[in-house]
Design a protein around this ligand. Structure first.
Ligand code: NAI
Ligand code: OAA
Length: 340
């Protein structure tokens, strides 16, 4: 049971957005003026659990904040630039920090090709989180997620403030794509098609568990095509945008949904979502992080669920996933060791 029973998560999200907030939260978005950051900031403004929205970017954040602040919802929106301690101000008091800062892919690139630029961006922002918001729940969007999440973990460890329950790689877009693509195959509504997606967030590390969906009967070429589309959905958008970046609008929706799940859980109603976390599932094989269903609660990632029964087909996908994932995680850890 991944999502909110069989009811639509869109409906659940709408209900959650329109109910009066149980608690007030400050959410900081780092990279708020970017392709993801702008629509994400708008969606967070519409979430009434968010009472204080802090938007930080190297450029443009005050403009985005002024714009979003006119949306009629009772939260304060403030934009910050690096000058005058802007990052410290954005982070101080933040309950949740969402990080979409960093460059996106162009056609022909893998997510790993972003590592050289994004690793240091994420490392430096993680240092600031460690200094100014050490207890915040930190949601990493910047790619390559399989490496940037370990980077944040290493930085927070070096500052003595790492809490594995509070760090999340956002893999929600894979889950949304899986629901949408399976609904296209079956002619159903995506909100009625929960699909668990496990592993990591790039190519073959993305493993949809179709055997656990409503359609375990999907097989053969249809299963191959569906699995491939979910694993490489990001490439579809990169190609279509033709040099202008990667998924931004669907990603903003995905991040807004995960943030809302977390805030709902912090307010006392647990939500279970797949996300990439410090996980016991394959630690014995040297894989420190893995995405699986996680039940969120007041302390963050409270229960990390086993994968459950998987098909032979999925077992093979998981084996392939583990090979790449292990390397991606090691690369992030080594980066912080060599470039503290
Ligand atoms: N986890 C996921 O499922 C997905 C992740 N992504 C990743 O998200 C990242 C952002 O993508 P877009 O928003 O499309 O890129 P973008 O280039 O439109 O925006 C990135 C923003 O980050 C800002 N930035 C760069 N360095 C910064 C720093 N040190 N501090 C604060 N802000 C900084 C830039 O000024 C820019 O406004 C990329 O790495 C992309 O690959 C994209 C889609 C899905
Ligand atoms: O494909 C990319 O580079 C962006 C991304 O992570 C996605 O859309 O899943």
């Amino acid at each position: 049971m991944v999502l909110i029973a069989r009811s639509s998560f869109f409906n659940a999200q709408r209900r959650a957005f329109s109910s009066s907030a149980a608690t007030a939260y400050k959410v900081a978005v780092l990279g708020a003026a970017g392709g993801i950051g702008q629509p994400l900031s708008l969606l967070l403004k519409l979430n009434d659990k968010v009472t204080d929205l802090a938007l930080y970017d190297l450029r443009g954040a005050p403009g985005v904040a002024a714009d979003v602040s006119h949306v009629p919802a009772n939260s304060t929106v403030t934009g910050y630039l690096p000058a005058d301690g802007g990052l410290e101000k954005a982070l101080t008091g933040a309950d949740v920090v969402v990080i979409p800062a960093g460059i996106p892919r162009k056609p022909g690139m893998t997510r790993d090709d972003l590592f050289n630029t994004n690793a240091s961006i994420v490392r430096d922002l993680a240092k600031a989180v460690g200094d100014y918001a050490p207890k915040a729940f930190t949601l990493i969007i910047s790619n390559p997620v399989n490496s940037t999440v370990p980077i944040v973990s290493e930085v927070l460890k070096s500052k003595g403030v790492y809490d594995p329950k509070r760090l999340f790689g956002v893999t929600t877009l894979d889950v949304l794509r899986a629901s949408r693509f399976i609904s296209q195959v079956k002619g159903t509504k995506p909100e009625d098609e929960p699909v668990t997606v496990v592993g990591g967030h790039s190519g073959v590390t993305i493993v949809p568990l179709i055997s656990q969906s409503n359609h375990p009967d999907i097989s053969g070429e249809t299963l191959d095509a569906l699995t491939n589309r979910i694993q490489f959905g990001g490439d579809e958008v990169v190609k279509a945008k033709d040099g202008a970046g990667s998924a931004t609008l669907s990603m903003a929706q995905a991040a807004a949904r995960f943030t809302n799940s977390l805030l709902t859980s912090l307010s006392g109603t647990p939500v279970t979502e797949p996300t990439f976390v410090d996980s016991p599932l394959f630690k014995s094989e040297g894989i420190e992080f893995f995405a699986s269903k996680v039940t969120l609660g007041p302390s963050g990632a409270e229960t990390i669920h086993e994968l459950g029964a998987v098909s032979e087909y999925e077992e093979k996908l998981i084996e392939a996933c583990k090979v790449d994932l292990k390397k991606n995680i090691a690369k992030g850890v080594a980066f912080v060791e060599q470039n503290p």
